[in-house]
Design a protein. Structure first.
Length: 407
């Protein structure tokens, strides 16, 4: 068997593409002409960075002044990137994805809550997503952020080893109970659950919780998945260490691989507080470690189940080729690909059409409460090299193809 380094080098040389991500007839097959034209204009606007910045600024002002813009937001960017305001609202999207053999990951995306009452309410809502996932195969995973059910300040205090006062100890005990409640319910309902990654100054606390839950609920099958941000230079070593730990303790490791979402925030804080930057020196280093992590997980698939949370076409092709070399079937239940709703349909639907396991993150929640998520999507599409241009080009190609077919 070739080494991981040899395989990375070989694939870069031959650039095998067993699944075409250019087939727009599959990528947009379920979208009507009117819906596709609406998406076309949305990405055309998002292609203009200055316009995204201006629009974000005025929406924030309008929300602060309580101006009546909810309908405008709901019929544009919210409709593109969210499933609805409630689980019931998401049913149409769930069925739409299921018809294309794409699963749904219901992601309750309310952010910025800080009270114990709000943490309890969020826990109850995530429990509802687990219950909905247990009802059918349409929803292969549930997901939660620890900061949705715990104070960021408390998580940071635990990570740096601060001595907690009596109230903080009670609060952290509640955090442990909430995390256990979610993971135990997922185990009882036979639903896999992701624990999302967050900022480095609270990630060690999150990791500790995740491994404790794995040791508690992953001995029979992979239930709990931790998330590895490969734009951190230490993540690959952590993944290798965690696999050894899982083997030693006899549980399955669930690993969601992502590149990362807090680059600017991480680098700014490291500079301001004068500690070592946790982020890779270059994007190429991140890409290298992401693909090496794919290799490592596939070679240790007797104990590791993975989900590739990525919009990177090369990494998806790379994983496909590695699976072929190792004789792994596309439908292997321990290997999933995942993208965000409203983005990279060319990857999601073409992979699913070729028999691979695919799921879309489907955020939902009250429009006002999910605006931080939507602002990130808008910013991400203008800041990721070529992302909005890529989406726009694919949609343009499909509209042109349909026009040609009518002649």
């Amino acid at each position: 068997m070739p080494s991981t380094v040899q395989r990375v080098t070989a694939l870069r040389e031959i650039e095998v593409k067993p699944v075409s991500f250019e087939d727009t007839s599959i990528a947009f097959s379920s979208q009507s002409n009117s819906k596709l034209r609406k998406t076309y204009w949305l990405f055309a606007l998002m292609n203009q960075g200055w316009l995204v910045n201006l629009g974000t600024f005025f929406i924030k002002i309008a929300l602060k002044l309580k101006l009546p813009i909810k309908l405008l937001v709901k019929n544009t960017i919210f409709e593109q990137f969210c499933g609805g305001e409630t689980i019931r609202d998401c049913e149409k999207t769930i069925q739409h994805l299921h018809n294309a053999h794409v699963g749904t990951i219901l992601d309750y995306s309310v952010e910025g809550e800080e009270s114990e009452e709000s943490f309890d309410e969020t826990t109850l809502e995530i429990l509802r997503t687990i219950e909905r996932a247990s009802e059918s195969s349409e929803i292969p995973f549930s997901v939660f952020k620890v900061t949705g059910i715990a104070s960021t300040e408390l998580l940071e205090a635990v990570q740096i080893g601060d001595s907690l006062n009596k109230e903080q100890k009670v609060q952290f005990e509640r955090v442990l109970q909430r995390v256990d409640t979610l993971c135990r319910r997922a185990y009882e309902r036979n639903v896999r659950i992701f624990i999302d990654a967050e900022e480095s100054w609270i990630q060690d606390t999150i990791d500790t919780l995740a491994y404790e839950m794995m040791d508690r609920y992953n001995h029979e099958r992979p239930v709990v998945y931790n998330t590895y941000q490969m734009y951190r230079w230490e993540s690959l070593d952590h993944l290798r260490r965690d696999v050894q730990e899982a083997r030693a303790k006899g549980y399955f490791l669930g690993a969601k691989l992502v590149r990362g979402a807090y680059l600017e925030k991480e680098r700014l804080r490291a500079h301001e507080e004068e500690y070592q930057d946790p982020i890779q020196a270059t994007k190429q280093d991140t890409d290298r470690d992401f693909n090496l992590a794919i290799d490592f997980c596939l070679e240790n698939r007797d104990v590791v189940s993975i989900c590739l949370g990525t919009h990177n076409e090369y990494s998806c092709q790379y994983c496909i080729q590695c699976m072929k070399q190792l004789g792994i079937a596309p439908s292997d239940p321990h290997i999933y690909f995942a993208q965000l709703l409203g983005m990279s349909d060319n990857i999601s639907f073409n992979l699913a059409n070729s028999g691979y396991n695919v799921a879309k993150y489907v955020p939902y929640g009250p429009v006002e409460a999910v605006m931080p998520y939507l602002f990130r999507r808008a910013d991400e599409n203008k800041s990721i090299a070529g992302q909005s241009s890529r989406e726009f080009t694919l949609i343009s190609n499909e509209l042109a193809r349909r026009k040609g077919c009518r002649r």
